[in-house]
Design a protein around this ligand. Structure first.
Ligand code: 5GP
Ligand code: ZN
Length: 132
């Protein structure tokens, strides 16, 4: 299970502060920053500080980490202005996509686990799946 910091990994370098990024969240386990090439008005990445290559490299020992990662998505989406809200009449507004690209057929380009959070007015309207 590759979990050590990799010298040639761009997200390990961002975690280490060796490459600048627009950070929106930072704790012991995760960093979140704006995607450099956003697919939507709001597009940020939630990245574990430990190097894990893909979602397929995770096992039961990663359940807590993945749970925390998923729970950060709506919290940070809310802070970034794309939270999902339901009004008193039950009408929902806002919202976002949360996406793990995995492997070449999943469109993964950076092999350090990350969760895309993509929101704002819907550029993907009419499409079920959007490539991030
Ligand atoms: P993937 O295709 O691996 O799921 O997504 C990788 C994402 O990382 C892409 O959306 C890409 O724009 C973003 N990205 C790649 N390099 C950098 C970088 O140096 N800084 C930031 N902020 N985002 C990056
Ligand atoms: Zn890495």
């Amino acid at each position: 299970m590759p979990e050590k910091k990799l010298d040639n990994c761009i997200f390990c370098k961002i975690v280490a502060g060796q490459i600048p990024s627009k950070v929106i969240y930072d704790d012991d386990d995760f960093i979140a920053f704006h995607d450099i090439n956003p697919a939507a008005p709001i597009h940020f990445l939630i990245v574990p500080k430990k190097h894990i290559s893909t979602l397929s490299d995770c096992d039961d020992s990663h359940a807590a980490l993945l749970g925390k990662m998923m729970l950060l998505a709506p919290k940070l989406a809310q802070q970034q202005g794309c939270g999902y809200e339901v009004d008193g009449n039950g009408s929902g507004t806002g919202g976002f996509k949360a996406l793990f690209n995995t492997g070449p057929d999943g469109g993964q380009e950076v092999y350090h686990l990350h969760l895309h959070v993509i929101g704002g007015p819907r550029p993907w309207r009419g499409r079920t799946i959007v490539a991030a």
